[in-house]
Design a protein around this ligand. Structure first.
Ligand code: ADP
Length: 480
């Protein structure tokens, strides 16, 4: 099968979150299963610098494309897959992030940037680059940035199936009527049953309405988004299309996230050599200025520092447990308010709280390997990857029971402990109190070394690999 994977980010070229990881791992898993997969990304400046000269450049024939839009082709990219870049100097060749010019500042022309990207993808699919012999059976679109692709495909009645994956329903690609006109979108799309959404229009809605299949990244999140508050205003729409909405849990890349081989950590270990893990803990304590202590439970956090991730509850729990025997190590970047609160706490309590603001792949791995517990008290979580990495590293996750967190972590209840199925700690109520209580429950169990070791081994035995999820996507690609 020939698959085109359309995405606005892909590790290691450009990544702001889980979508980047998925865009690296899923296409490779599909390729390993014997399929032809190519990626198509916007040609951001930083990506072009990383890739160097393309193997080929193609003109695209489409009256709605800007004059400077063209397609570059890299046969062997850092992704290990063929890659197309939609290039446009005026839209993508600039400093700054893929979506934002600075923190919290979306690019003023995002509607145009991603509408042109979608048009270019569809142009490739319809054979608009005449010299490209490859034809695609299916296009797999991801998040709002790609939402117009299924809509254009349907309008052109192209024989290409489309799957649209929602990685986070809260990001809807909303723009006003002026932008709609500027983008020269078909008039009939300004309609309740089409792209129009409460006086604006939504790229995400376009994907939901027109794709053959709509998937989201965990079964629980697929149910949660049918209703408020997680429906974000799209509950009725999603219920209307529920026959084509499917939840497929993300896998993780166990080549990159394996404590037995991880090149970022000094002391390798597996289920049978867990005694080595403590050396990674000492290493991280040393590197971040925390007090060296084998017996103090160390709680890790690697995350975007935003409300979704329950950052206010983290701050509260840190304050509440200050006099108790526990340490915290945080890596992340995001909302200034949380960055400042965390930094202030760390400054005042530097032996027990360490905070690093920024993005650091190496430290992220070090924290996974070195901590005893990993905090992910998200208000909502479409899938979440870090809790799955934590399981693999025997760093027991503390999670709120929502979305992918509910689908991947089994609470250490008395029953689950007895049955040998527990892998972490879950709480239900969305509050600082519930999270702090769960932190204390985890710390109490940490002192029971034998039970703890067993829990770690059970966590490390879990597997959420891509082969399984890729198979589920393939079944959708193949269905008419
Ligand atoms: P989301 O996509 O909502 O940000 P996920 O848990 O699905 O959350 O994925 C986040 C990914 O980004 C993980 O691979 C995580 O390790 C990585 N990550 C997040 N923040 C940082 C950071 N500050 N430094 C390094 N990696 C980070």
């Amino acid at each position: 099968m020939n698959i085109l994977f359309a995405t606005s980010e892909a590790f290691p070229l450009i990544k702001t979150g889980g979508l980047g990881d998925v865009s690296y791992s899923l296409p490779r898993a599909l390729q390993e299963m014997g399929h032809q997969v190519a990626l198509i990304l916007p040609g951001y400046r930083s990506v072009k610098h990383k890739l160097g000269r393309p193997d080929r450049r193609y003109a695209l024939a489409d009256e709605f494309l800007r004059d400077d839009v063209l397609l570059s082709y890299y046969g062997h990219s850092a992704l290990g897959l063929p890659l197309y870049l939609v290039e446009s100097d005026s839209l993508y060749d600039r400093d700054g992030g893929p979506y934002e010019s600075g923190p919290g500042e979306g690019w003023y022309d995002n509607g145009d940037r991603f509408a042109q990207y979608c048009r270019a993808v569809v142009c490739l699919l319809k054979g608009g680059a005449a010299e490209i012999p490859q034809r695609f059976d299916v296009v797999h679109c991801n998040d709002w940035q790609t939402g117009l692709i299924p809509a254009f495909l349907q309008r052109l009645a192209l024989p290409v199936r489309s799957v649209f994956t929602i990685h986070n329903l809260a990001y809807q690609g909303l723009f006003d009527r002026g932008t709609f006109d500027y983008l020269k979108l078909p008039d009939e799309w300004w309609h309740l049953d089409s792209l129009e959404f409460y006086g604006n229009f939504s790229f995400l809605k376009a994907g939901i309405v027109y794709a053959d299949w709509v998937t989201t990244v965990s079964p629980t999140y697929a149910c949660e988004i049918m209703h408020e508050p997680l429906a974000c205003g799209m509950g009725g729409l999603l219920q209307h299309h529920r026959h084509k909405v499917v939840g497929i849990l993300n896998g993780v890349d166990y080549d990159a996230w394996n404590p037995a081989t991880d090149p970022y950590i000094r002391f390798h270990y597996d289920q049978h050599s867990l005694q080595e893990k403590i050396n990674n803990k000492l290493e991280i304590q040393r590197n971040t200025g925390l007090r060296l202590s084998k017996s103090t439970p160390l709680i890790g956090l690697v995350s975007r520092l935003v409300e979704q991730k329950g950052l206010d509850w983290i701050v509260s729990a840190m304050e509440a447990t200050l006099g108790e025997k526990v340490q915290w190590v945080v890596l992340g970047a995001g909302t200034q308010q949380y960055e400042r609160q965390l930094q202030a706490l760390a400054q005042a309590n530097s032996k027990v709280i360490s905070v690093t603001i920024g993005y650091d792949e190496s430290l992220a791995h070090g924290i996974e390997a070195g901590c005893d517990l990993f905090a992910m008290p998200s208000r909502y979580e479409p899938c979440g990857l870090n809790q799955i990495y934590s399981l693999r590293y025997g760093s027991l996750p503390i999670v709120r029971r929502t979305g992918g967190l509910a689908d991947t972590v089994i609470d250490a209840s008395e029953d689950a402990l007895e049955q040998g199925s527990a892998t972490g700690f879950c709480f239900e109520e969305p509050s600082a109190r519930a999270f702090t209580e769960t932190v204390r429950r985890a710390i109490a169990l940490y002192r029971k070394q034998k039970t703890w070791r067993k829990l770690q081994q059970q966590a490390m035995d879990q597997r959420f690999d891509w082969q399984h999820s890729a198979q589920a996507y393939l079944e959708l690609y193949e269905q008419e």
